[in-house]
Design a protein around this ligand. Structure first.
Ligand code: IDP
Ligand code: MG
Length: 154
């Protein structure tokens, strides 16, 4: 069985999060929690790339607006690794609608509208895998052991 501490999630700071200078703040929360950064880059994804990323939402009325929003500027993409990082990442992000996100979560602290909710996080271990390999080539994801590893995990 795979090591539980090597679960991966794909986290992206959306164009509004980048424009509002929240990249460091979002990364800091995952770092402080003890999760491990294994991939990171800024990019300007194409419409096709985003349509594939959000393929499950294709029939939603907000889909065209979502694609326009997501192609409106550069994004910062990351893969974070650690125990239950998918579920904890979603909790740290907050609800899809920021007005339903608790204060203390990223969306609950920094945004208001659902169509400007500053960050993305994978919703299952399966989508964590799919999205990580959709956004990063194999050589762009690093395997490394942080010096603090044995102080984070018992
Ligand atoms: P998630 O990002 O919390 O996983 P999803 O349902 O996967 O939420 O939707 C993807 C993104 O689409 C949301 O983060 C948000 O930016 C946008 N979105 C979702 N629902 C709405 C809506 O009702 N109006 C406008 N945008 C929406
Ligand atoms: Mg989603």
């Amino acid at each position: 069985m795979a090591d539980k501490r090597s679960e991966r999630t794909f986290i992206m700071v959306k164009p509004d999060g980048v424009q509002r200078g929240l990249v460091g703040e979002i990364m800091k929360r995952f770092e402080n929690r003890g999760y491990k950064l294994v991939a990171c880059k800024m990019c300007r994804p194409s419409q096709e790339h985003l349509e594939e990323h959000y393929r499950d939402l294709k029939s939603k009325p907000f889909f065209p607006g979502l694609i326009t929003y997501m192609t409106s500027g550069p994004v910062v993409c990351m893969v974070w690794e650690g125990k239950e990082v998918v579920k904890m990442g979603r909790m740290m992000l907050g609800a899809t609608n920021p007005l339903e996100s608790n204060p203390g979560t990223i969306r609950g602290d920094f945004c208001i509208d659902v169509g400007r909710n500053i960050c993305h996080g994978s919703d299952s271990v399966e989508s964590g895998k799919r999205e990580s390999s959709h956004w990063f080539k194999e050589g762009e994801i690093q395997e490394w052991k942080p010096a603090e590893f044995d102080w984070v995990y018992e």
